[in-house]
Design a binder for this molecule. Sequence first.
Ligand code: PMV
Length: 368
Amino acid sequence: MNMDGITSKNIVQMDEKSIKIGWRAPANIALIKYWGKRANQLPENGSLSITLENSFTTTFLSIRKKDKADGAIGMKYYFHGALNQKFGKKIDQLLSHLQTEMPFLSDYKLIFHSENNFPHSAGIASSASSMAAVALCLVSMEQIVTKMKQSNKDFFRRASAIARLGSGSATRSLYGGIVTWGAIASIEGSSDKYATPFPLHELSRLKQTRDIILIVNSKEKQVSSSLGHAMMVAHPYREGRKNQANSNLNEFIKSISEANYQLIAKIAENEALSLHALLMTSSSGTILLQPNTLQIIEEIKKFRESTGLDLFFTIDAGPNVHLIYFEEQREMVLQLVKDKLMRYCENGLWIDDKIGNGPKLLTPEFVI
Ligand code: PMV
């Protein structure tokens, strides 16, 4: 995790009134899925994810003190150089929510410039990395304008709690490696309000985790996750899901300490299929899996049976498949992708990623 350098020397003071702050925040993929929420984006169940290395959002926040305070928040959000109304609306909501605890927000004009390094059409949810980057910029801004002193631990915890208000899965994008979110008895200091990095033993194979994202369909999904969470409120399996997720999470954590990779694979696949079963059995009867998703799952299972390798799949709320494996299996897995899996991907598209180190503070280059 890159936690160094949250000091004024990394943040360019452009003149008396203007400051520019830049952060890079990674995407993450959940192995234990967050599905269903309470007020203030508090999760119904604990979750656990792998932070990715190669898929990230870069965001620069430029702030300029207003000549005259007017009590209103003034913000613009640019995505790849163009004003983005859809995401901008979400940031507006976030800023209004934060105004009581960050009263200085209305004293400045805020301009965000954001870019994803992964293709927009890749089917990777960009809200986690985007919201995490925005939250980091806001907490940096708070630190600068209020001159508050804060430990790195408190800084990232605060950014995680703020990212949560924007998008649940963003809560976990504030840390590298394996990350949990939710109050979990076996994890000291864990909370529903922010994520907690999960310490891995030096020799854990999870440190060598890799992820090949097989893009079955790059179009935006028909059902937003907000709607999916909302459908859990009246879901007939609501209570059962909470119990299942929490028990899967505890078993998963135990399997990590026991280095039981077969069980890790079994639980992760159960989580992915349960998420889709919940979608299918909700009042909307949503089916996001596609025929090629099922073909890929079949091929991965066949490959696992014939080789005995302990790799596995997971799927987010969409049709694309994440093939999770370990560094030492790479050669065989790449062959599998080439020989058997690529044919089920849209235009043969797949993304090569791996477990990553978490957010990075950038040297600002953008000038207001
Ligand atoms: O962050 P949201 O509100 O888009 O919810 C995302 C939920 C899943 O991606 C399906 C699972 C997870 O834990 O990331």
